[in-house]
Design a protein around this ligand. Sequence first.
Ligand code: ADP
Ligand code: MG
Length: 700
Amino acid sequence: MHQLKNDIQFLKGVGPKRAELLNQELSIFKFEDLLQHFPFRYIDRTKFYKVREIKESLPNIQSKGIISNFKEKGDGRKKYLTAEFSDETGSIELIWFKGAKWIKQNLISGNEYIIFGKPARYGRKINIAHPDIDDPKEDNKKISSSLQAVYPSTEKLAKKNVTSKVFRKIISNLFEQTGGIIPETLALYLTEKLKLLSYNEALVNIHFPHNAEKLNRAIFRLKFEELFYIQLNILKLKFKRKAVFKGFLFDTVGDNFNKFYKEKLPFELTGAQKRVIKEIRRDFASGKQSNRLLQGDVGSGKTLVALMLILIALDNGYQACFMAPTEILAHQHFQTISKMLDGLNLNISLLTGSTKQSERKELHNNLQNGNLNILIGTHALFEDTVKFKNLGFVVIDEQHKFGVAQRAKMWKKNTQPPHMLVMTATPIPRTLAMTVYGDLDVSVIDELPPGRKPVKTIHSYDSKRIRVFKFIRDQIKAGRQIYIVYPLIYESENFEYKDLEDGLESISREFPAPEYALSVVHGKMKPSEKEASMKLFVKGITNIMIATTVIEVGVDVPNASVMIIESAERFGLSQLHQLRGRVGRGADQSYCILMTSYKLSAEAKTRIKTMVETNDGFKIAVVDMKLRGPGDAEGTRQSGIPFELKLANLSEDYKILELARRTAEQILDDDPDLSELKNQVFIKQLKDKTKAKLNWGIIS
Ligand code: ADP
Ligand code: MG
C-alpha cells in the first residue's frame, strides 16, 4: 500500500541509471509519479498492414512478417544494419543506425515478428528505421491492448531508448509489484454516487485501455478528480472565510448616497449596474466580509458602481480607498470622482509614488484622524506607513495588474478585514474564473450604458496607409481625436514590427504643426512628462495621441473616436480588446483600425478576425483562452492555479468542471470543515496536493 511512495529506482525495470533519467527529465521520483505520467495519445494496434500496403505516406503502422537477411553496411563511423522484412505480398527494408549488436543477438533470422514504426522512402525502397519489434509468440497480453499508449518523452529519453514501450513495460511492472491495488483517492460514497471508475481501475485503463469506452471513463474519472480537488481547495477556504471573518456591518444608506443619487447622478443606472449594487449591498448587510470580483467590459460603468458603494461605506462611518494600477489612471479617477462628488463636503486625496514628502505628512495625519474620507491612489497605498483611522471598503481597479500578495496587505489595514471589491475589464471565461477566483463571489455587468454605438473594427494592411491617413484627416476635421498605438518604442533587431519613434517621424510629416498637434506617451518618459502630454490630449488641445500600450487601461477621452493599432499582429487578444475600449466612449461612431503586414501566422489571423467580428469581451476571452491555453490567459499566472492540471483542460472540460464544483459545494455544505470520517480521504488528499504551495485562497 505504501509502495506508491517508493523510490522509482526500486521498480523492476528501472534501476539507478534510468531512475536518474526519469528524475531529471520528467520529475518522476516515486512510483506514484510514474502512474501520473499519462499517455498523450493511443495507437490502434488492432490493424495489421500487409507489406504491399505499406506506403511512406502512412503514419506508424503495424505488420506481421519474417525478418531475415541481416547485413552490415557502410564504413567506419557510418555503419548501419539492415534486414529484410517480408510476407506473402512483398518485402521492405528495416534499418538500424545503432544497437546493431543487440538486434543480431536477439532476433533470429527467418522468424516471424510483429513490427511497428513509421515507413519512409529511400530511393525506390520503402524502409522502416528502428521499428518496435514484438515476438508474436510471446505472451504479451498483460502489457498490450488494442489501444496502445504513447507517452510524452524528451530528446534525452529517446536517445537512451526509454521509449513508450519501456514506459508500458515499467508501468505494467508497477501494477504487478503493487499487487494491482492502488488505494482510492476519492470517498467511496462519491465514486458510487457519480458512478466513477475506482482510482485503480482508472489508472489501469488510462495506461492499458481495455477498450475505448473504458478509456473514456478512465479519463473522465481522472479529470474529475483534478478539477474536484482544485474546487474543494478553493471552496473550503471560502467556506472558512465566511464562517470565520466577520464583516463590518453597513446597514445605513445615508446623506452621501442619497444626495449623490438625487442631485448628482447625471444619468439613469443600467439594469446591470443596479443589480450589482444590490448584490454588494446585500454583502454589506450580511455581517460577513464581502470579497467580490466585479467583471464588466470596458466602458460598462464599473467606476460609478464603485463610487456609489464607497458612499455607502462613508454613510456608515468608514473610510474607503480606490486603487488603480498606474499614476495616470489614479489621477484620472481622482479627477472624475472629485468632480462627481463636488458639493458633498467630502475630503478626497490622491496618493501616488510621486506625491511629495511634505504633502504625504499631512495626508497621513488626515487619514489617521479620520478627516480624510476617500483615498485614491496607486500601489503606494499598500505601504505600511499608510494607516487609516477606520478603513471599511477597498476598491481595486483593473485587478490583474496587482499581485495576489499585494492585495492581501489591504486586509490588514484595519482590525478586521475591510470589504473588498476587485474590478476587472479583462473578461475571464467562466471556467477560468471559477478556478482562479473560485473563492471570490462574482458579479457581472453585462450591459453597456444606452446609446453607445459599437466600435467598428477594420483590418487594414500597411500598404493601405495612405487611405488611413486620409481617414484620420477627415475625422480630425470633424473635431475628433485619434490614438495611434505602437508595440515598440524604438526600432528592434527584427524589423518586423512598427516602432513609435519611426511612427512619430512619419506622422509628424503627414500631420505637421501648426495645423495639427501631437501628444506622445510611452513607458520611457518621466511620469510628469507623460502626465503633461496626456493632459493636453484629454483637454482636446492635441489631435493625435501617439503611444505605446501604457494607455491600455482606463484612460477616458470621450472625444477620441479612432484607435489605430500598428503591427496589430503583435498584440494578444485581450490587449487588443483593452485598446479598442479606449474609443467608443462618446456619442459619435468610433473606429478601430488594425494595421498589419501581409505575413500573418494562423493564430494572428484568428485574433484579427475575432476582433473584426465581435465587440463582446466574453467571446473574445474564450477565443483567447483557446488560443493561448488557460495557463497563459491574462490574469492566470499571477493568480495561480493551486496545482497543476495534467489531464483536464479548462477550455474543454467545462461540464466536468461544473460537476466538480457542484460536488465540492455539496460536500462542504454538508460538512464545512470536512471533519466527518467519511470525508477524511479528502483532507488527506488536499494535504498531499497542496504541500509546499501558498495559501492562495484566503487572499482576495
Ligand atoms: P469602466 O470603468 O467600466 O470601463 P467607466 O466607469 O469608466 O467604465 O464608465 C465609462 C463611461 O460611461 C464614463 O464616462 C461614465 O461616466 C459613463 N457611464 C457610466 N454609467 C453610465 C450610465 N448608466 N449611463 C450613461 N453613462 C454611464
Ligand atoms: Mg475603469
